[in-house]
Design a protein around this ligand. Structure first.
Ligand code: FMN
Ligand code: SF4
Length: 511
């Protein structure tokens, strides 16, 4: 099949300095307890730079320090685990021992943004997902034998007694399609994709207990964020994770935490109230939520509007709207790999590319608009944050002027060029390294490799800024060491780990 022609990047419509100063984008806004200097927002992006124990590393400090140099109004630290359990190189906040590293991160962002960027941390809970097993191993080790399995390969009448081992051998000997016909839906999923827990698997005690344990876990994590010096927390109620699954129309729990809209929003509200009680009124608490799950049977925009109204009424300080990113339609992983929630249609809506019909630009603004309208109609002025293909001044400013949202978030454009906010504000937007929205970065994320942008590797001439910032070293462990050429690189030496620096004092080359 011929590949669709990629959508062209839109005209940037870069503002002059005067236009930027007069714009809504570069005007301030109160977000709960803090004032954001501008309506610019860098949403959470996992860069896979923490230690395997979830601690902040010098590379994490570099990563956030680099975003801070662009001085966005708000910067959100990546999804950070609230439990004290091994989670691979995902940042964690599930114990007080994580506070010192996070405090350094806060200090780095304050220093590099010269105090201009407000800093939030996204806090997340997720359920277990196993890697797709080899077929032989699944049938021999993981499959719990049921009477239906035995009947399907029964040797009754032959006089031969079957042991469990015989049944497993016989199941393995079946043609694949016949084996699948014997397995039920969850067994088939476990074999073909890897077993995945659902929030409605209430026969498992640890899942039944989620409403009892999650409010405290989120509240303790938020209290640590406050101690570390953050300006607020973003509760991760979006994409493929626990809290979004409670909000999903697929959630059929019958214990009061599912089945109806009121039931589905109950735990997210209880988590919010527990967090608010723990951190007090002078600390921003909001959530990231889905405007549309984009999966069969999932929540749609009218559900999202209902949830958003409830969150606003409860007193959340902001609502950051995302879309899709679910496991339900994820691509089948290879044996030994885990399913990844950004590989199916819902995932493509979450991080839209130029190869999608209609393209990525401002793609998800209508969801933010519908949610904002609902929240305003209910009499709340809760700021709404929109993301998805915001890669130009024009898109951002029009979204604000038209009332789609109150703050605009740009993930990949800020990754491609963390300075783009400042460049625009100074009337030098034409110097922006523009994201081409083909998702090289997302491919790295999928493999849990250090996330970088392919455009950075076009420039190996300019060294990174020194590790500890322009003001000079204040701590021993701030920023990663640079190679001899002054550039921090990926392990294979081929990729820059940081966006090439931009010096506002340097005159741009003539076009
Ligand atoms: C590498 C990468 C990692 C991401 N990690 C997170 C995350 O930790 N939490 C989250 O809510 N969204 C995450 N996202 C989604 C972005 O925040 C954003 O919603 C999405 O990329 C669409 O915005 P954009 O078009 O401006 O890139 C990630 C996106 C990318 C590209
Ligand atoms: S790798 Fe591609 S999609 Fe990702 S930020 Fe860079 S240009 Fe944009």
């Amino acid at each position: 099949m011929a590949r669709a022609r990629p959508v062209d990047l839109p005209d940037a419509g870069w503002p002059t300095r005067e236009e930027a100063l007069a714009s809504r984008l570069f005007s301030s806004l109160r977000v709960g307890a803090f004032e954001s200097r501008t309506r610019t927002w860098v949403p959470a992006m996992v860069p896979w730079r923490a230690t395997n124990d979830g601690f902040v590393t010098p590379e994490v400090l570099d990563w956030y320090g680099r975003f801070a140099e662009g001085r966005p109004g708000v910067l959100v630290v990546e999804a950070t685990g609230i439990r004290d359990i091994p989670s691979g190189p995902l940042l964690r906040i599930g114990h007080d021992r994580f506070i010192p590293g996070l405090r350094e991160l806060v200090a780095m962002v304050r220093e590099r943004s010269q105090g201009e960027t407000r800093l939030l941390i996204q806090i997340i809970d997720f359920l277990r997902i196993r890697r797709r097993p080899e077929k032989d191993r699944y049938v021999r080790e993981f499959l719990k034998l049921r009477p239906e399995h035995r009947v399907a390969v029964s040797t009754e009448g032959t006089g031969k007694k079957q042991t469990d081992g015989d049944v497993r051998d016989a199941l393995l000997a079946l043609p694949h399609e016949e084996l699948l016909a014997v397995l039920d839906g969850r067994e088939t999923e476990a074999l073909e994709y890897g077993a995945r827990e659902r929030v409605w698997d209430t026969e498992a005690q640890h899942i039944a207990e989620l409403p009892r344990v999650l409010p405290d876990l989120f509240a303790s994590a938020a209290a640590r964020a406050r101690t570390a010096g953050f300006d607020g927390v973003e509760l991760h109620y979006a994409h493929a994770y626990t809290m979004a699954s409670f909000l999903s129309c697929l959630n059929v729990r019958t214990d009061g935490y599912g089945a109806t809209r009121e039931g589905r929003v109950r735990l997210p509200l209880e988590v919010y109230h527990a967090v608010r009680t723990a951190v007090g009124p002078d600390f921003a608490v909001g959530c990231r939520m889905l405007g549309d799950e984009v999966i069969e049977g999932g929540s749609r925009i009218d559900d999202a509007c209902f949830y958003a109204g409830e969150f606003a009424r409860a007193g959340m300080d902001f609502l950051s709207i995302s879309k899709g990113g679910k496991f339900e339609d994820a691509r089948q992983p290879r044996p030994g790999e885990a399913a990844y929630p950004y590989t199916g249609p819902s995932g493509h809506e979450c991080m839209p590319t130029v190869r999608m019909p209609g393209g990525p630009f401002g793609r998800n603004l209508p969801l933010a608009r519908a949610i904002r309208d609902t929240v305003r109609a209910a009499g709340h002025d809760t700021p709404v944050v929109a993301a998805g293909g915001v890669g130009t001044f024009r898109i951002a400013e029009d979204a604000l002027q038209d009332g789609d949202c109150d703050l605009v978030a740009a993930a990949r454009q800020s990754l491609a060029d963390p300075d783009w906010w400042q460049k625009m504000e100074l009337g030098r937007g034409s110097e922006t390294r523009r994201c081409i929205y083909t998702n090289y970065c997302e491919g790295l994320d999928q493999k849990h490799k250090q996330v970088t942008c392919q455009l950075w590797d076009k420039d190996f001439a300019v060294p990174d800024a020194p590790p500890s910032g322009a003001e000079g070293a204040r701590g021993a462990n701030r920023g990663a060491p640079r190679a001899d050429d002054g550039i921090s690189r990926s392990a294979d030496g081929r990729r820059r780990l940081l966006a090439p620096p931009w010096d506002p004092a340097r005159t741009p080359p003539r076009p």
